[in-house]
Unconditional design. Structure first.
Length: 94
């Protein structure tokens, strides 16, 4: 029986394996086209997240990263063009 643990696997993961797992999660398919099961997807996603945390992957390159938008109640509107700012106003006129 192998003494490979999940922790050890993460520590030994190469950038190429990380990229492959990240793509598999995104596509829900292995490189050979077979679909990932729900359990495989969950384990691959956990491995990708753990790899990113342990290897200080930049936030904007992490799986699931969403760029902060400028809309919403807490937004100052800074950096939004007048054309885009007017879209919300125009949509409410109907």
């Amino acid at each position: 029986m192998s003494d490979m643990t999940f922790e050890r696997m993460i520590q030994q993961m190469t950038p190429a394996i990380y990229d492959s797992l990240k793509q598999a999660v995104a596509l829900r398919k292995w490189p050979d086209g077979r679909r990932l099961t729900a359990e495989q997807t969950e384990l691959c996603l956990e491995a990708v997240i753990r790899y990113e945390a342990e290897n200080q992957v930049a936030e904007e390159q992490r799986v699931g990263y969403l760029q902060q938008r400028t809309c919403g109640g807490a937004s100052s509107g800074a950096g939004v063009s007048p054309e885009l700012a007017g879209l919300a106003r125009d949509a409410g006129r109907d």
